[in-house]
Design a protein around this ligand. Sequence first.
Ligand SMILES: [Zn+2]
Length: 433
Amino acid sequence: MSTLTAFYSHTSPDNPLAAASLAVEIADHSRWRALHTALDPTLDVAAYCASVARVTGMGAGYIQDNLDAITTLDELPRLRALQAELHHIDMCRLRTIDRALAVADRAYLADVDEELVRFLTPTRPNQLMPSARKIRTFISDLLLLLDDTLGPDEPDPTPPTEFYHLAFNDDGSADLSAHVDEVTGLEIDACVRKLAARENLSMAQALHRLVTGDDGVQVILNVYRATDIPDAPAYLPRVGWLNARVSTVLVERAGRERDMADAAEVSTAAYVTPADLEAFLEGRDGVCQFPGCQVDATFCDNDHTVNHGDGGPTDSNNMLKLCRRHHNLKTSGRVAYVRHGEEVIWLLGDGTWLSDTPSGPLSTESKLWLRTFDQRRQARNDRARAESQSRKVPPPPDPDLPECLLPRPRKSEPEEWLRRARISFQWREPATC
Ligand SMILES: [Zn+2]
């Protein structure tokens, strides 16, 4: 921890392996930039890729993907300038950005550019670079929110078509599958996992029990929503940020509202984590807090930073979400961590260290992003309202709302077991934030 300059760990100026790897990445990027520059727009791209493939031995599809990634980077001038300065975004991540932006309205690329620069700029020494998956999720969430502000006359996205299918295999088994909207899928999965754990059943056995008999399972799904930001998007763990329409429907289904500002202050000498604090920890951490691990916080243990046996309290400052594997790794003493506010600095077994921060909906990172987004959305909405005031009509009830989001009568159809999932609470930020 000799330097105070912010940088990603894989661009560390003090690490010879990082320097050597970065040199390879710079050369790789330069190669694709040169190939992109040499691409004559009047020629057939497929023929060009085939020609490059013949010389380099790489697949034509892979070449096309990398050239597309460079093209997309050129559409993001601020990100391109950042990349030219730091050389921190490898081709894999650039391809991810390209694919994630394939559905984006080009009118919003300036917003996307600004948010990506903020997201991919290091703020701390030895910071862990976001994975390709995390970048993809970030862009997906961002586009969802940007598309949600297209204007009052913009039609809602069509929910996914549902289907149900049973296929029999030669070995006497059968595969059962259903294509449902993501919230329904999450509810089913939560019920299956809970029953399987409670009755020590396989997931398939639990699913069978659920649909054929009285299982007595009731699960709670937490949905997080800032109440101090008008029409703020809600966040459903394992699904992510939701657009305004789905957010509103989910929150209306909530059976109970909990104040996460209060939950963050819960502290007890008991070992077991109280339910409110548990909800806050899941919302703050989002996933396992070991660097790069993506196990959802819902499935993680609560680690006492200062051991409970040594007097460590059960509160948000002394609790961290770790998956079982990384909890055991930490408990074994092969790795350790120290905390500075929300920042978690991991001391790895080989003498190196890494810095990371939580990214759940209650984390500081998400709050800042939400506020930045809200300001931009307000400005855009003001413009749109001024332009289309005369055309505005109240939106009709949405007949295509997913089944799982419609108000339901209690105890009627066989799907009753699905309704046992309850949406739990909203949250608000402390007034001091
Ligand atoms: Zn983990």
